[in-house]
Design a protein around this ligand. Structure first.
Ligand code: NDP
Length: 284
C-alpha cells in the first residue's frame, strides 16, 4: 500500500494565506477583522489553544482580544461579557473556549452569542442552517476536515463515511457535511456494538472519541482514508491521536498525523470564519 500522509500544517498555511489576502482587502475598505476569545479559569490545554488562536490572528493582521475570567465567575457575569462583545463594533467573531466550569450552563452561553458573530458555529441557529444546507458559520473542526479532504483530492460522493463520535462540535456536524457532499454516512458511538464491523466498511473513517490510539489497523479497510481528530497524551506524555498511527498507516491510503493533521485546520477555519463575519458587515 502506498501511504500518503495528509499534511494539515501545510494545507492550513495555504488556507491562512488566502485569509490574509482577504484581511488586506477588508483593511483597504476600513475594516479590520476582530476576534474576541473568552477564557474562563486556567485549564492549561485551553490556555494553549487560546494563545494559538490569538497569535494566528495577529500573524494574519487581524485584531484580537483575549478576555480572561476567574474560574468562579457567575453565569450572569459571563453573559454580561458576551453581551458587551455582541455590541462591540471592533469585534466580528466571539469564541468562548469550552469546557466551562460547572456553575455555568454552556448551552445558555452559546445561545447568547450573536449568530452574526458565532465563528465557532455552535449557536443553534448556525447548527440549524448547516443542517438544511444554508450558508452559515460551520463548526471549525469538521469544516477543516472537509478542506483537508478537498485539498487532498479525496472523492466523497458515493463513498461510505464512518464517523466514530457524535459530539455536537465534531461528530454530528462532520456527518452532516459529508452527507451534503453525497457520502453515505454511518455514526458510531460508545453504545455501538461490534464497532469494527462498521469501521471495516469505511472508505473514509473519521475518529473523534478522545481515547488515545484506540483505532488500529484491525479496524480499517485496506485503502481507506483515515482522519484522526483526537488530541491525547500517551504513556510518555507525547501528543497522540485516537488512531494508532504506526499501525493504521500500513493499511490507510491517506491518513492525518497527530500533531500536524486536523489541529492546525481547526485554527485556520476559525480565521476564515472571522474574516467572513467581517465581510458580512460590509455586505449587510
Ligand atoms: P466528546 O467526548 O464530546 O465525544 C466523544 C465521542 O466519542 C462521543 O460521542 C462518544 O460516544 C464517543 N466514544 C467514546 N468512547 C467510544 C468508544 N469506545 N467507542 C465508540 N465511540 C466512543 O469529544 P469531542 O468530540 O469533543 O472530541 C473528540 C476528540 O477530538 C478529543 O480527543 C478532543 O480532544 C479532540 N478534538 C480535537 C480538535 C482538533 O482541533 N483537532 C477539536 C475538538 C476536539 P457517546 O456519545 O455515546 O458518549
Amino acid at each position: 500500500m502506498t501511504n500518503h500522509i495528509i499534511d494539515g500544517k501545510q494545507i492550513a498555511s495555504q488556507v491562512t494565506e488566502k485569509v490574509k489576502e482577504r484581511v488586506e482587502r477588508l483593511k483597504d475598505q476600513g475594516v479590520t477583522p476582530g476576534l474576541a476569545v473568552v477564557l474562563v479559569g486556567n485549564n492549561p490545554a485551553s490556555q494553549t489553544y487560546v494563545n494559538n488562536k490569538t497569535k494566528t490572528c495577529e500573524r494574519l493582521g487581524m485584531y484580537s482580544v483575549m478576555i480572561e475570567l476567574e474560574e468562579n465567575i457567575s453565569e450572569e457575569a459571563l453573559l454580561a461579557h458576551v453581551e458587551a462583545l455582541n455590541n462591540d463594533n471592533k469585534i466580528h467573531g466571539i469564541l468562548v473556549q469550552l469546557p466551562l466550569p460547572k456553575q455555568i450552563d454552556e448551552d445558555r452561553v452559546i445561545a447568547a452569542i450573536s449568530p452574526l458573530k458565532d465563528v465557532d458555529g455552535f449557536h443553534p441557529e448556525s447548527v440549524g442552517k448547516m443542517m438544511i444546507g444554508q450558508q452559515t458559520f460551520l463548526s471549525c473542526t469538521p469544516f477543516g476536515i472537509m478542506k483537508l479532504l478537498e485539498y487532498s483530492d479525496v472523492e466523497i460522493a458515493g463513498k461510505h463515511a464512518v464517523i466514530i463520535g457524535r459530539s455536537n462540535i465534531v461528530g454530528k456536524p462532520m456527518g452532516q457535511l459529508l452527507l451534503q457532499k453525497d457520502a453515505t454516512v454511518t455514526y458510531c458511538h460508545s453504545k455501538t456494538k461490534d464497532l469494527h464491523t462498521f469501521t471495516k466498511q469505511a472508505d473514509i473513517l473519521v475518529v473523534a472519541t478522545g481515547h488515545a490510539k484506540m483505532i488500529d489497523a484491525n479496524f480499517i479497510k485496506e485503502g481507506a482514508v483515515v482522519i484522526d481528530v483526537g488530541i491525547n497524551r500517551d504513556e510518555n506524555n507525547k501528543l497522540c491521536g485516537d488512531v494508532d498511527f504506526a499501525s493504521a498507516q500500513e493499511v490507510a491510503s491517506k491518513i492525518t498525523p497527530v500533531p500536524g493533521g486536523v489541529g492546525p485546520m481547526t485554527i485556520a477555519m476559525l480565521m476564515e470564519n472571522t474574516c467572513l463575519a467581517a465581510e458580512n458587515t460590509l455586505n449587510n
